[in-house]
Design a protein around this ligand. Structure first.
Ligand SMILES: Cc1cc2nc3c(=O)[nH]c(=O)nc-3n(C[C@H](O)[C@H](O)[C@H](O)COP(=O)(O)OP(=O)(O)OC[C@H]3O[C@@H](n4cnc5c(N)ncnc54)[C@H](O)[C@@H]3O)c2cc1C
Length: 389
């Protein structure tokens, strides 16, 4: 049997990064994933009719200001320079997000300059004291917090309905802590992310994962759930080997303290017989009476691909938030005190078995952008190498 130095359970971007760093350092790595392909939630499909790259688990745009991550990821792919812009549909009109001069001027029918905007927003906020006013003047929930940043009209048009759909509850039931900042840009910059390094892998996300795992010291076994595989003779024979696990932390302990709550999503995909459906990659639907939150149109992620852009049809996808139940795909951790308490119990269990390093978005029970996932994986793998040199 081939020698295995390390097991990586989960071939998402976190696991693949760990695997590559360890393989580059001379370790022989066995990567297991319970799905039939590597890539985790960043995995894409290609539409057979149009060649469009479809982001199976929702739109993924790479963006970062982390030098180390940028240097690492560009060893495996070039980026196409796509710059993300998001539009919002509200009451029959289309606006440019994020909140900034473009949106505010259009929404209020004004022509504010950058220096006039902060005072205008402050006056809007002053018109709408919290209702009912908290005695300590501290916003007590999501709604009060958001209104304290942007005032009620903008909140109701662009935040309230979207948030209600996203979290399946009245925003007044959500903690203020979800929304720590709601900046209003005093400029006409409608670039959604402030990171200058952004884009989509030129040959697609799947090619990025192929390149990450393309190393003679990495072997990949798909359709293999490590939690059950470790009980098999093959797994038992490697019971001494360090494991980097990026599955759900509660599953690792058989949901001993109960399942951690998640928010899930349902994607409804449609091929439409028009060259261009909405003129951009993502439109948010902010009104509560539209049941979906966003429509994605994937061809716009590859403006450099003339064949895809000129294809006579397009693929769109409506995104519907869902109440999660065990067995559903987990998308967003639910940041409520009960979940934090549960997580602390699982983390305490995990600390007792240092042979299994738990990470990634499911292991940390935390939303991470891809660059943060890679950054955390680089750090985790490098400190393992330092401790085990
Ligand atoms: C809707 C949505 C949109 C997003 N958009 C962006 C974006 O635009 N830009 C951005 O930077 N980030 C985005 N993200 C974040 C991005 O998806 C994450 O950063 C990334 O998926 C984290 O990778 P991961 O490896 O930690 O987890 P995952 O991608 O979930 O990978 C975990 C892997 O582990 C496997 N696994 C689980 N349990 C086991 C087990 N027991 N045995 C074997 N394998 C197992 C799973 O099958 C999976 O392949 C988005 C996230 C969501 C929810």
């Amino acid at each position: 049997m081939k020698q295995i130095d390390v097991i990586v359970a989960g071939a998402g971007i976190w696991g693949c990064t760990v695997a590559r760093v360890l393989a580059d350092a001379g370790r022989s790595v066995l990567v297991l994933d319970r799905r039939s392909a590597a890539g985790g939630n960043v995995r894409c499909e290609t539409d057979s009719e149009t060649g469009i790259e479809i982001h199976t688990y929702g739109s993924h745009i790479f963006h970062t200001h982390l030098d180390d991550v940028w240097t690492f990821v560009r060893r495996f792919t070039e980026f196409n320079g796509y710059q993300h812009k998001v539009l919002a549909r509200h009451a029959g009109h289309t606006y440019f997000l994020p909140l900034g001069l473009t949106l505010v001027n259009q929404f209020y029918g004004l022509d504010l300059t950058p220096s006039e905007l902060p005072a205008f927003i402050a006056a809007e906020v002053a018109k709408c004291p919290h209702e009912p006013r908290a005695t300590d003047h501290e916003p007590r929930n999501f709604e009060e917090q958001a209104i304290s940043f942007i005032g009620r009209p903008l909140y109701e048009a662009f935040i309230s309905g979207y948030t209600r759909k996203q979290w399946g509850t009245d925003p007044r039931n959500l903690p203020a802590s979800i929304i720590r900042r709601l900046p209003v840009r005093a400029s006409y910059d409608v670039n959604y992310f402030s990171d200058t390094r952004q884009g989509i892998p030129l040959r697609g996300y799947n090619a990025l994962f192929d390149a990450l795992l393309d190393h003679p010291s990495i072997s990949l076994e798909l359709n293999t759930d490590w939690l059950s595989w470790r009980e098999t003779p093959a797994g038992a024979a490697l019971a001494h080997v360090p494991v980097f696990y990026s599955g759900p932390i509660d599953a690792l302990f058989g949901y001993r303290f109960g399942p951690l709550p998640w928010r899930s999503l349902r994607f409804e995909r449609e091929r439409v017989a028009v060259q261009d459906f909405q003129g951009t990659s993502v439109v948010n639907y902010t009104d509560a009476d539209v049941p979906y939150t966003r429509i994605h149109e994937f061809k716009h992620y590859h403006p450099e691909d003339a064949a895809v852009m000129s294809a006579p049809s397009t693929v769109i996808c409506r995104e519907y938030p869902l109440t999660w139940k065990p067995g559903d795909e987990p998308y967003y951790p639910v940041d409520v005190p009960a979940a934090r308490e549960l997580l602390a119990l699982y983390q305490a269990e995990s600390a007792k078995s240092p042979r299994v390093v738990v990470g990634g978005r499911l292991g940390a029970y935390k939303y991470f952008d891809m660059d943060r996932s890679i950054g955390n994986a680089l750090e985790t793998a490098r400190s393992f190498l330092q401790e085990n040199s």
